[in-house]
Design a protein around this ligand. Structure first.
Ligand SMILES: C[S@@+](CC[C@H](N)C(=O)[O-])C[C@H]1O[C@@H](n2cnc3c(N)ncnc32)[C@H](O)[C@@H]1O
Length: 240
């Protein structure tokens, strides 16, 4: 059903194709600047969970904010579908991280060796536009991780009060962007249970789940408020 809708709206373009538009990369840092709190919160969280000398793979690295924020600590590799995102990241990093242009749904053919930590931050998993590809990606990541390695990812919460339309529209969490530079891309909003199931089915155990307020105000929420006010989650998963 979702696939049919996508064909009706954007022909044969996938979300990955939409992200290749260089104009998105040129605007990306300006968009992030408005979301300072998420960007501060998640980088700090990663710094606490990555050890000195770890090999870290950042999937959908964008213009490289986590590569930059972690390259003094760990050996960083970033992959993005957008050549322009990688060009901007390269300009900032000046050789301090390995950068690859490619589609993360084929990640196992893009990198060599195993990693201590794999990252998919700021809803990169939600830009992968089919549940089959998302499940396959979990499977590939598990194989790329060293023993006891971690997958740390951020997703948007489908059950947030602002996303009630998903209950009404029976879209199973897919939102097709209808205007702007991302027109035609799909953002998939997850339930906590959905990520827990993906983790269980693909050889991960849940070590920590952080409930975040909506991305623009990315502080952690605790207590009863998390049932109503969680805009997104950071999941910290350990390879079993
Ligand atoms: C919302 S941005 C997040 C960027 C970065 N992870 C961050 O935390 O700021 C999603 C990124 O994933 C990239 N992306 C989307 N689909 C992709 C795919 N199939 N393969 C590789 N990168 C992809 C986009 O180009 C974009 O840079």
């Amino acid at each position: 059903m979702t696939y049919l809708k996508k064909i009706l709206i954007v022909g044969n373009m996938t979300s990955a194709d939409v992200y290749k538009n260089p104009a998105i990369a040129e605007n990306y840092d300006a968009i992030l600047a408005k979301r300072k709190s998420l960007c501060f919160f998640d980088t700090e969280y990663l710094r606490k969970n990555i050890k000195s000398g770890d090999r870290v793979l950042d999937l959908g690295c964008g213009t490289g904010r986590h590569l930059l924020g972690l390259c003094d600590l760990a050996e960083m590799t970033g992959i993005d579908i957008s050549p322009k995102m990688i060009e901007i990241a390269d300009r900032k990093l000046k050789g301090k991280a390995k950068l690859i242009v490619g589609d993360i749904i084929n990640v196992n053919s893009l990198v060599d060796g195993k990693f201590n930590v794999v990252l998919m931050m700021y809803h990169t998993l939600g830009s992968i536009d089919s549940s089959v590809s998302r499940a396959d990606l979990f499977c590939q990541i598990n194989k790329l991780l060293k023993e006891n390695g971690r997958l740390i990812l951020h997703v948007h919460n489908r059950r947030h009060i602002k996303n009630l339309r998903f209950l009404l529209q029976r879209t199973k969490g897919d939102k097709i962007i209808k205007e702007g530079l991302l027109k035609g891309a799909i953002i998939h909003f997850f339930t906590k249970k959905e990520v827990e199931e993906l983790a269980n089915e693909h050889g991960f155990k849940m070590e920590e789940v952080i409930c975040l307020k909506y991305p623009e105000e990315a502080e952690e929420i605790r207590g009863w408020k998390k049932y109503f006010c969680t805009g997104g989650y950071i999941f910290n998963l350990r390879k079993k």
